[in-house]
Design a protein around this ligand. Structure first.
Ligand SMILES: [Zn+2]
Length: 425
C-alpha cells in the first residue's frame, strides 16, 4: 500500500516537472521562430484592426502632443501599450486607429466628439510624417508600407456617432473613416448591441439602409460589439465583405460579444474577416467566468446591504483576496486563431489587438512590440508562411479591395440614400 502510494507520488512529481518543462520549452521553441516571423512581417504589412491611442490622448492630455510625445509613452503611469518605437519593434505596417466615443453621451455630442477623434488621427500623421501616413484605400496601404511608414486608417467605433443620419455617415466617410462598428455597448434606435437589452431582433429597416449606404460609400461594416442577430442581418444585407475589428470565437470563450460558429461560417461565405483580439475576458473562459461570478457576488452584496457602500466595498475586497483572477495567455489567443482556421480556414482571420482600449493584456502580449511572438507561436504550431502572410495583412487587404469594388459598382447605379429617421420640425 505504502509502496503504491510512493509510486503514485513519484509519478505525480515527474509529470509536474514535465508540465513545467513543457511550457518552458514552448517558449524556447517559439523563440526559434521569432526571426522567421519578423522576416514575414517585413514582407507584408501587419494590419491591426483596433487601437485606442486617440482615446488615451483625449483622456490623458486633452489631445496635446506638446504634453505627450508619441516617441515614448512607457514612462506614464499607467504606461500606454503603444508608441512609435514599440510599433516599429512589433513590425506594425498598417493600423486601424479607433475613433471611439462613449455610447452613453447624447448622439449630437457623439458627432462632435467623433470629429475631435478623427481630427486627432489627422494631426498624428502630420506630426510624425516619417512614421505615419493616412491611408484611405488598399492601394494606399501598400504604397505607404512600401515607403517604410505605418499606414494609418480611421475606424469609427459605434453607430451612435452618426446620430441617426445618413448625411452624417457620408460626411464621416469624407473625413476619412473607412469602417464603422455598427454599435458599441448600447442598443441604438436601429441596431441591437451585445452589451445591452436587444430591442429589434438585429437590425431595423433603417439599420439595413445604413448597411446599404455603407456598401455604396465603401465604408466597411464592422460587427464587433453587436448581437449575433445583428451580425446575421448585416451579413445578409451587405454586398461587401464585412469585418470584426476585434472579436474572438464564442466556442472558446462564452462572452456574448464573441462570434458564434454559424456566424463564422457566414463570414467565410461573405468573404469577410474576423480580427482576433487580446481582450482577456474574450480570450480566456476561466477569466470570463471569474468576472461573471464577481459581478454576481457584487449584486448580491448590494442587495443584502442597501445604502451601505462601505460594507459592499469591504466584502468585495475580501472576495478579491480569496479569488485571484486567472490570467489569459498568448497561447490562448493562438487557440482562437486555431479554432477559426479549423472551422473556416486561414483566409478569414486577422489581428485586432485592442491595445490602449483595455487595461490588462494576456501574458506574452503586453504591448504592441509583441506581435512577432504571436506569429512565432503560429509558426511553431505548423502554420505555413503563406497562412501567416494572409493572417498578418493580406486578408484585410482583400476585404478592403472587395468593399472598394462593390462601392465602385454601386456608386454608378445608385443615388445616395434619401431615407432619414431624423425628425425635422
Ligand atoms: Zn471595442
Amino acid at each position: 500500500m505504502l509502496n503504491n502510494y510512493k509510486r503514485l507520488l513519484s509519478v505525480l512529481l515527474i509529470s509536474a516537472m514535465f508540465m513545467g518543462c513543457a511550457s518552458l520549452s514552448a517558449q524556447t521553441d517559439r523563440d526559434d521562430y521569432r526571426q522567421q516571423a519578423i522576416e514575414i512581417l517585413e514582407s507584408v504589412p501587419l494590419f491591426d484592426g483596433h487601437n485606442d491611442v486617440p482615446w488615451q490622448y483625449r483622456n490623458r492630455v486633452g489631445y496635446k502632443f506638446s504634453e505627450l510625445d508619441f516617441y515614448d509613452t512607457t514612462h506614464l503611469d499607467p504606461p500606454m501599450h503603444t508608441d512609435i518605437p514599440r510599433l516599429r519593434e512589433g513590425r506594425v505596417g498598417a493600423q486601424w486607429w479607433s475613433v471611439y466615443v462613449s455610447a452613453n453621451i447624447s448622439e449630437p455630442e457623439a458627432v462632435k466628439q467623433t470629429m475631435e477623434q478623427i481630427d486627432f488621427v489627422h494631426r498624428l500623421v502630420e506630426r510624425y510624417p516619417d512614421h505615419f501616413e493616412l491611408a484611405l484605400t488598399a492601394d494606399d496601404v501598400e504604397r505607404v508600407f512600401a515607403d517604410g511608414k505605418i499606414a494609418s486608417l480611421i475606424g469609427m467605433e459605434g453607430g451612435h456617432s452618426i446620430n441617426n443620419s445618413l448625411a452624417v455617415l457620408r460626411m464621416f466617410y469624407e473625413l476619412g473613416a473607412r469602417y464603422m462598428t455598427i454599435t458599441h455597448g448600447r442598443t441604438l434606435d436601429w441596431a441591437d448591441a451585445a452589451g445591452d437589452d436587444p430591442q429589434h431582433d438585429g437590425l431595423t429597416e433603417f439599420g439595413e439602409e445604413v448597411i446599404r449606404e455603407m456598401n455604396r460609400l465603401g465604408m466597411l461594416v464592422d460587427l464587433s460589439h453587436v448581437t449575433p442577430a445583428t451580425m446575421r442581418d448585416a451579413i445578409r444585407v451587405s454586398e461587401a465583405p464585412v469585418m470584426f475589428s476585434h472579436s474572438n470565437a464564442l466556442a472558446l470563450s462564452g462572452h456574448p460579444r464573441n462570434v458564434p460558429d454559424d456566424v463564422l461560417e457566414l463570414t467565410a461565405e461573405n468573404g469577410g474577416i474576423v480580427m482576433v483580439t487580446f481582450v482577456e475576458t474574450f480570450t480566456s473562459e476561466e477569466r470570463r467566468q471569474h468576472f461573471a461570478e464577481r459581478a454576481a457576488y457584487q449584486r448580491k452584496m448590494e442587495y443584502l446591504n442597501p445604502g451601505i457602500p462601505d460594507v459592499v466595498r469591504d466584502k468585495m475586497r475580501a472576495w478579491d483576496e480569496e479569488n485571484e483572477a486567472p490570467k489569459s495567455t498568448l497561447e490562448q489567443v493562438a487557440d482562437h486563431i486555431d479554432h477559426i482556421r479549423d472551422l473556416i480556414g486561414a483566409e478569414y482571420i486577422g489581428i485586432g489587438g485592442d491595445y490602449d482600449g483595455i487595461s490588462t493584456l494576456p501574458l506574452g502580449l503586453e504591448d504592441v512590440s509583441t506581435y512577432p511572438d504571436l506569429f512565432a507561436e503560429l509558426l511553431r504550431r505548423g502554420y505555413t508562411e503563406d497562412e501567416i502572410r494572409k493572417i498578418a495583412g493580406l486578408n484585410m487587404l482583400r476585404v478592403m479591395r472587395g468593399a472598394e469594388e462593390v462601392s465602385d459598382r454601386l456608386r454608378s447605379v445608385r443615388e445616395p440614400s434619401e431615407i432619414l429617421i431624423t425628425d425635422f420640425e
